[in-house]
Design a protein around this ligand. Structure first.
Ligand code: MGD
Ligand code: MGD
Ligand code: SF4
Ligand code: MO
Length: 694
């Protein structure tokens, strides 16, 4: 049989790289980056290629399941889709009848394929849609909004053309977006400088010209000193500042007290190195990218760290610059219609959100809400009860702190539904599990990439599902049919695509040879004089009126983070190149590459505890303990220990992942109450643990 090439979109993480699957005799022969994606460096990372192992894994979910025993007990009844969808729809209807539509909540993993299920929730009449972002990038998103009016994704990182890139709390070479890795690698080959500011020497730091091993939680001090130097020594981009920055004097007054000498005592980085680094940045402006961070749900002041980074980018004139934080374009910026929306078929529910976003907390953006505050409402019934919860592509029992408390909260629900392609902690605790087909076995809605070169893209099925699993559109359409939502009752993906394409002049066939349709053939950089910021003044606002109105400081004085008590460490975490969050740990291929996580601990600290490299140790907090192997190294700050997130699975259905490594979130007891009240995200690194030799 000839090889078939199917242009599609990788789904092993949320980056969604364009890819091509080569299929022969109904099985995957080869997976690789889409070579037809113009102007892009496409390739797949190890996780992308492990999509084949996911398909072949017999331990993944194979059919819908309804709970038989108590929640979390693991007694299941395998059922048909008819029965599973009937059951879910009946329970939802009963709950809506009893408590009202607003008591239904749905959370997901964000991203461009949300329109259909968000439409479904709207059709039911509930405002309670949340995504995972309060455990990820909400702080950085709100930080940019408060300064430039643009969200986190209103700018892109033009690594390819950058002259100096700064990674602070961002590990591009392990926490991967393939395009970014390839673009930054190309820039480094062309002489771009790299500075890494991290609490440990990660892989990105091994490629850096400058590496600052900073004291955990003191990044704000470091950044204030850089701003001090830029302003005091007039190293900033004066033309840009004059044209676009409002309230520069207030900033100048504010940072006067934060000299590099002062910051040195906080951060452990010598003052002369901070000054030398700031001068180097100034020489390369405006083609400088100081990455504002991605996984920034770490400290109770993370919002201000992110905001200080955007301020530095502004002072370097990097907003809108080639090789800087270039503005993205949307279809409408090019005068072209976007994809038609299912959500807009339904009126926006008038009810207040249960998480308080938009009314109790007017400074947060309403769209994805704040899931931890949704859980709070489930617990307290304030402002009203939440009784049914669909966790779609979302595993809060792994991705939010304190899973034991979260389980108690979920016990208040009439119905907990998990829609997922692998078993996960939340699925194991659910009442009904609806197994979604992995990305190689499903189609998705058409989606838009807002970018320097915006495009529409299509995920096609490369294979028919091996097991009794369905695509998300099939699942939500199945529920819609049973619940009388005619507008979302679809039987074919082509009908869905045709609805979305209506009015664009683009046809399904146009995606055949690339999997994508570009809306422009050249990257669009706005002229320097024509930048438009989405603030009331149209400028970058150092003092934000929106924050002011809530009595929140735009420029927050520095407070030194708590030091761990003697014998304890700040628990820190991050990603590795071989896994995606918690959901690939049982993947046969990726588990082989990295079966467990290890505890990074500073050599001198380990020495004091008598711990040797490679030895097994006990980590403890509030009476909870787990074992893990120690990695003893000088390349982590002595106040911190570090683990890769996502391990420590304890589900009997995952033989490869079971009992391997440690789950960081179980050491965050009380953590659901720790969050950044200005940025909105969780403060997951405000926890201390003890470590003992076994
Ligand atoms: N391979 C892979 N790639 C991924 C993902 C994945 O799971 N696997 N997930 C994707 C997702 S959802 C996200 S959000 C991004 C996350 O991307 P990043 O935000 O880059 O990811 P992390 O690895 O969590 O953290 C980055 C660095 O912060 C450091 N760090 C921790 N505390 C501090 C501190 O106090 N100060 C400083 N300066 N540094 C500190 C860590 O040591 C780590 O090296 O990655 C995305 N890409
Ligand atoms: N303690 C601690 N907590 C963290 C982090 C940390 O480093 N430490 N990281 C945070 C970050 S950055 C993030 S982004 C969140 C991530 O948290 P989540 O969004 O919950 O993470 P994922 O593991 O990506 O996805 C959750 C579940 O959805 C399923 N899933 C994933 N992709 C798909 C898909 O395409 N289709 C279907 N049907 N199911 C899918 C998987 O089976 C998985 O079980 O966690 C956050 N929480
Ligand atoms: S970064 Fe890797 S896993 Fe994520 S979409 Fe791209 S290839 Fe797939
Ligand atoms: Mo994330």
């Amino acid at each position: 049989m000839p090889t078939k090439k199917i242009y599609s979109i990788c789904g092993m993480c949320t980056v969604r790289c364009p890819m091509v699957a080569e299929v022969e005799d109904g099985s995957i022969r080869f997976l690789r980056g889409n070579p037809n994606a113009s102007g892009m460096h496409t390739s797949l990372c190890p996780r992308g290629v492990a999509g084949k192992a996911l398909i072949e894994d017999d331990e993944r979910l194979q059919q819908p399941m309804i709970r038989e025993g108590a929640r979390g007990e693991g007694k299941w009844r395998a059922v048909s889709w008819e029965e599973a969808l009937d059951y879910t729809a009946e329970k939802l209807n009963a709950s809506i009848e009893k408590h009202g539509a607003r008591t239904v909540a749905l959370s997901d993993r964000g991203g461009p394929f949300r329109d259909f299920h968000r439409g479904f929730l709207r059709a039911l009449g509930s405002p309670n849609y949340c995504n995972h972002d309060s455990s990820c990038a909400r702080n950085v998103h709100h930080a940019n909004q408060s300064l430039s009016g643009l969200g986190r994704k209103g700018v892109t990182y033009d690594f390819k053309n950058a002259k100096h890139v700064v990674l602070q709390l961002r590990n591009v070479f392990e926490s991967i977006s393939v395009q970014e890795v390839n673009d930054l690698s190309e820039a480094l080959d062309n002489g771009c400088k790299l500075t890494v500011i991290d609490i440990r020497a990660n892989i990105s730091s091994t490629k850096a010209n400058r590496f600052f091993q900073i004291r955990p939680g003191t990044d704000y001090a470091f950044n204030l000193a850089v701003i001090h130097e830029l302003l005091e020594k007039e190293l900033y981009d004066k033309d840009f500042a004059e044209r676009y920055i409002q309230d520069l004097d207030a900033l100048k007054n504010f940072v006067a007290q934060y000299s590099p000498e002062w910051a040195a005592a906080e951060t452990g980085i010598p003052a002369a190195r901070i000054t030398d680094f700031t001068e180097a940045l100034s020489r390369d402006m405006p083609s400088v990218i100081w990455h504002p961070g991605w996984m920034t749900a770490r400290y109770s002041n993370s919002f201000y760290v992110c905001r200080s980074i955007y301020i530095i980018n502004a002072l370097l004139g990097s907003f809108g610059a080639k090789g800087g934080l270039a503005f993205i374009s949307k279809p409408k910026d090019l005068g072209k219609p976007g994809l038609k929306s299912f959500q807009e078929l339904f009126p926006k529910p008038e009810e207040k959100r249960a998480d308080g976003v938009g009314w109790r907390y007017p400074h947060f953006e309403q769209g994805p809400g704040l899931a931890h505050l949704l859980y709070k409402a489930m617990e307290t019934e304030d402002p009203y009860p939440v009784k049914s919860y669909i966790a779609f592509r979302h595993d809060p029992l792994m991705g939010y702190p304190d899973p034991d408390r979260l389980k108690q909260i979920f016990d208040n629900l009439d119905l907990l539904v998990s829609i997922t392609f692998t078993w996960c902690e939340t699925a194991w605790y659910a009442d009904v599990v609806l197994p979604m087909s992995p990305y190689l076995e499903r189609e998705s809605l058409l989606a838009t990439k807002n970018y320097l070169t915006p495009y529409f893209f299509m995920r096609r099925r490369a294979l028919e599902p091996r097991f009794d699993t369905r695509a998300d559109w099939e699942i939500f359409s199945g529920l819609a049919k049973r619940m009388g939502v005619k507008e979302l009752a679809y039987d074919s993906i082509e009908d869905i695509w045709n609805f979305q394409l209506d009015g664009t002049g683009i046809r399904i066939e146009d995606f055949a040879d690339k999997g994508m349709v570009y809306l422009t053939d050249k990257p669009i950089y706005l002229p320097r004089e024509e930048l438009k910021f989405k603030t009331p003044s149209g400028k970058i606002e150092i003092i934000s009126k929106k924050l002011d109105d809530q009595g929140i400081e735009s420029l927050k004085p520095y407070e030194s983070p708590e030091k761990p008590p003697e014998g304890q460490f700040r628990l820190t975490f991050g990603r590795c190149a071989q896994h995606t969050q918690g959901h690939t740990v049982n993947n046969p291929a990726l588990n082989e590459l990295m079966p467990e996580n290890v505890l990074w601990i500073n050599d001198k600290a380990a020495d004091k505890l008598g711990i040797q490299d490679g030895e097994r140790v006990m980590v403890l907090r509030n009476g909870y303990k787990e074992e893990i192997k120690a990695k003893v190294t000088e390349f982590i700050h002595p106040e911190a220990v570090f683990v890769v997130h996502g391990f420590g699975h304890k589900l009997p259905v995952e033989s490869r992942a079971y009992g391997k490594g440690l789950a960081d979130n179980r050491f965050m007891q009380g953590g659901l109450d720790k969050w950044d009240p200005v940025g909105g995200a969780m403060a997951l690194q405000e926890n201390f643990v003890s470590v003992e030799k076994l």
